[in-house]
Design a protein around this ligand. Structure first.
Ligand SMILES: NC(=O)c1ccc[n+]([C@@H]2O[C@H](COP(=O)([O-])OP(=O)(O)OC[C@H]3O[C@@H](n4cnc5c(N)ncnc54)[C@H](OP(=O)(O)O)[C@@H]3O)[C@@H](O)[C@H]2O)c1
Length: 327
């Protein structure tokens, strides 16, 4: 695997996620204005490649994708093929466990993705991932694990994941929902052949949803790679949406220090001592550039404490998130 992201607020601690651009439909808030008018496969391939070009040029060295992000793995694989030098020094993470079912529709489909954490789905999806990413797969995560997921208990699946880890892939999970901390703690206990199985987690942390932090600190201390996702709460923490009382502390601090709300939110994530990589989910190169200004912010403890006052109860945060429409 290429070198791990460095400590400190360098750009190598930031990653680019491809959920917003690998398929026409997703839950972020301004897709109508931010994506090309015609969300064809070629238009989104070009957008993804433009984001990867800009992120790599800026110093970003972690790229995140998933089987269920439409054609995102394929778009990333094509970009890596065209940039062999870059391919040699980036870390590529993907996920399995959801199957994309929206048939390139943005909305109006009953189900956009189907979740199943079974050995059979792993067997199919690891082949699909390898077909497009080949050996350039460094991190492979079970997608959106919750405490009831069979991924925490299925021994046949654990044997397969252990075999993948033996090939040099860092095996882990991403988490979603109000019980992220419980999920991470359960995953820390999972062993295969007497050794800890998982070595990476991607979890939601942002100033509105901080509940996973103590468990993520434990994971980091155990040597796991800890990646932060949804650092802007799916766009709720971008300037144009951060207008209500729930985001007043973010707005006020951003104004005081002369930055954008999105950069400040990502800087707060990067300031967490357990966070190895913080993802930008930018949909445009302009958003990416705004997001990456986070790398220049070195927040003080009083500033972080001011943002900590924004945290919502996890149940409330995830209720709001579940209501975001696919568009
Ligand atoms: N379960 C999982 O494993 C899981 C779940 C979610 C995400 N992820 C990963 O994490 C990555 C990031 O998560 P995310 O995209 O859901 O959330 P996010 O990073 O919190 O939000 C990204 C969205 O915020 C908006 N935004 C960002 N900067 C902006 C700016 N300067 N001005 C206005 N709007 C701005 C954009 O949406 P609009 O343009 O639509 O407004 C963008 O798509 C994903 O790409 C994916 O790789 C993983």
């Amino acid at each position: 695997m290429p070198t791990a992201p460095a400590d400190g607020p360098s750009l190598a601690r930031f990653g680019l996620g491809t959920a917003a651009v690998g398929r026409p439909g997703y839950i972020t808030l301004g897709r109508d204005v931010d994506l090309p008018a015609e969300r064809t496969v070629e238009a989104l391939r070009q957008r993804t490649h433009a984001l990867l070009d800009a992120a790599y040029a800026a110093g970003v060295r972690y790229f995140d994708t998933a089987r269920s992000y439409g054609r995102a793995e394929e778009f990333l694989g094509g970009w890596l093929d065209a940039h062999p030098q870059a391919a040699a020094d980036v870390v590529v993470g993907s996920k399995w466990g959801y199957t994309y079912t929206a048939d390139w529709q943005a909305s109006g489909v009953p189900v956009h993705e189907v979740k199943e954490h079974s050995a059979a789905v792993f067997d199919r999806q690891i082949k699909e991932t390898r077909a497009v990413l080949g050996s350039r797969l460094h991190v492979y995560l079970v997608h959106s694990v919750t405490p009831d997921s069979p991924a925490l208990t299925d021994r046949a699946l654990h044997d397969r994941l252990a075999a993948l880890a033996a090939e040099g892939v860092r095996v882990g999970l991403s988490t979603s929902g109000p019980a992220q901390a419980e999920t991470v703690r359960a995953a820390l206990e999972v062993t295969a052949d007497g050794r800890p199985l998982f070595a990476a987690v991607q979890a939601t942390w942002n100033p509105l949803e901080t509940s996973a932090a103590p468990a993520l600190a434990q994971a980091h201390a155990a040597g796991w790679l800890v990646v932060v996702k949804e650092g802007m709460a799916n766009g709720r923490l971008a300037d144009r949406n951060a207008t209500g009382p729930d985001t007043a502390a973010l707005r006020e601090l951003a104004t005081r220090i002369g930055t954008s709300c999105d950069a400040l939110a990502l800087a707060a994530a990067a300031a967490q001592p357990w966070a190895d990589v913080v993802l930008s989910g930018a949909a445009t190169p302009g958003q990416l550039s705004s997001n990456l200004a986070a790398a220049e912010l070195d927040l003080t403890q009083p500033q972080l404490a001011a943002l900590a006052s924004m945290a919502e109860p996890a149940q409330e945060y995830w209720r709001t998130r579940a209501a975001l429409p696919w568009a």
